[in-house]
Design a binder for this molecule. Structure first.
Ligand code: IDP
Ligand code: MG
Length: 133
């Protein structure tokens, strides 16, 4: 099934100059870049995107991190784009992310884990509306 998903290269990925290498991985499997923009996340967008984590101990740190510098926002499309993207990203904690995954290869700590990708088709629709209104 052809799907769209929302992917964001987080501030650490941009600051560490890994944009090209990470985007290359999504292109390598055959996903299509539908939209792409280097920009800052607003506090409103951050709160909307991470609504489900409100109240958790890491929430405030997560919001200040994701708004701390430029990110690369993308809409990717392709067959099973949501699941494929999550597979390429690897586990949330870079410590658990397998070598060969984006978080496994470019990340060190949970607080700066390189990349965001929608976890379902419903989340993707919601997140695309937040970031590409
Ligand atoms: P996901 O990004 O793999 O979907 P989620 O559990 O939805 O993971 O968490 C969203 C984001 O919140 C993570 O990517 C990470 O940046 C941050 N996060 C999650 N859990 C923790 C934690 O325990 N400490 C610090 N940051 C966390
Ligand atoms: Mg998530």
């Amino acid at each position: 099934m052809i799907q769209k998903t929302y992917v964001m290269l987080k501030p650490d990925a941009v600051a560490n100059r890994h944009i090209g290498q990470i985007i290359a991985r999504f292109e390598a499997v055959g996903l299509t870049i539908e939209k792409l923009e280097l920009t800052n996340v607003t506090p409103e967008q951050a709160a909307a995107n991470y609504q489900e984590h409100q109240g958790k101990p890491f929430y405030d740190g997560l919001i200040s991190y994701i708004t701390s510098g430029p990110v690369v926002k993308m809409v990717l499309s392709g067959k099973n784009a949501v699941a494929i993207t999550r597979k390429l990203m690897g586990a949330t904690n870079p410590l658990d992310a397998a070598p060969g995954t984006i978080r496994g290869d470019f990340g060190l700590i949970m607080d700066a884990n390189v990349v965001h990708g929608s976890d379902s088709v419903e989340s993707a629709e919601r997140e695309i509306a937040i970031f590409f209104a």
